[in-house]
Write a protein that binds this ligand. Structure first.
Ligand code: RB5
Length: 147
């Protein structure tokens, strides 16, 4: 399991927490920052992360901004990306099973009802169901790119 991670200034603390967790569970990652409270633009961080992911050898991407919204919107503009913005563990599991999400976005200024690290765990471990109906829907979803 290899992951690319990036965040803007709205999620510096959350990013530190997520990276420490990845170290703890032995997941390899490439971290693209920003690791300090320096203002950066979330579309730039999303683009950098997706470009890194496309180099190959990555299984997933984790993006963070203040809400998770801006950075997920930016990532979803890029071809081949299905960036989920789950609100809890349940939605995280479902987005892997149903949407085969390859990126997840989290909000550093959001209060989650569930442990955000358990959401990360679910994102990294739950497999895509492979069901025909979900594959059909993902194909339709990806066919919307560029429309
Ligand atoms: C930055 O202040 C903030 O707008 C950004 O982190 C994010 O929440 C945008 O969606």
């Amino acid at each position: 399991m290899r992951v690319v991670v990036a965040n803007d200034h709205g999620a510096v603390d959350l990013a530190k927490k997520v990276l420490a967790h990845l170290d703890e569970i032995g997941v390899e990652y490439t971290y693209l920052g920003v690791g300090e409270e320096k203002s950066v633009d979330y579309p730039d961080k999303a683009r950098e992360a997706v470009e890194e992911y496309r180099k190959g050898g990555y299984d997933r991407g984790i993006l963070m901004c203040g809400t998770g919204i801006g950075i997920s919107l930016a990532a979803n503009k890029m071809k081949g990306i299905r960036c989920a913005l789950p609100q809890d563990i349940y939605a995280t599991e479902k987005t892997r099973e149903h949407n085969d999400a390859n990126f997840m976005a989290l909000g550093g200024r959001v209060e989650y009802k569930d442990d955000v690290l358990k959401m990360v765990d679910a994102f990294l471990t739950v497999p895509f169901s492979g069901d025909e109906r979900h594959m059909r829907r993902i194909e339709k979803l990806m066919a919307l790119e560029g429309k």
